[in-house]
Design a protein around this ligand. Sequence first.
Ligand SMILES: [Zn+2]
Length: 153
Amino acid sequence: MLVLSYCHRKFIRLDIILMLMQFEDLTKQDLELVEKAKDVIRQRKSKRSTVGAALRTKNNKIFCGVNIEIECSAPCSICAEYAAIGTMVSEGENEIKTIVAISSNRQYSVLPPCGKCRQFISEFGNPSVIVQVNGKLKKTKLSELYPLPVVSD
Ligand SMILES: [Zn+2]
C-alpha cells in the first residue's frame, strides 16, 4: 500500500499505522448493527441523505440516523452519526458501545467517522467503531482512531 499518512511530524506508510492499531473481528451483534445502518439509509436515501449510522448503547439499545446535507451551507449539514447520537440522547441513553456508518454512494460500504464525529463520539465513551481494513470489516476502539480528543477542563 502506497498511501502515506502524516503522523508525529513524519510521513509514514498507512500499512504500518494499520499494523500498530488493534482490531477485533465482528460479533453477530456487530453484523446486526451493520445491517441496521444499511437498512436506515436504504429506506431514507435521498438527495440530502446518503449515509446511515447505527449505534448500540451499553444498555444494548440500538439507535439509527442518516446524514442531512443542507445545500446553502455545508457546515450546517450533519453526519449520520450525529443524528443517531441525537436520537440516543433524546431517549435518555448516554454511552455508546459500538457504532458504524454506511455510505450508499460507495456500494453500501462502511465509512469511518469523520474528524468532527470522532470528537463528538468521544463525548459518549470509548466505543468500538466498525471500520473496513483491507476490504474486511473489523472493529477498533475509538481511542485507536482518535487518541487525543479535546477534553474540557
Ligand atoms: Zn462525521
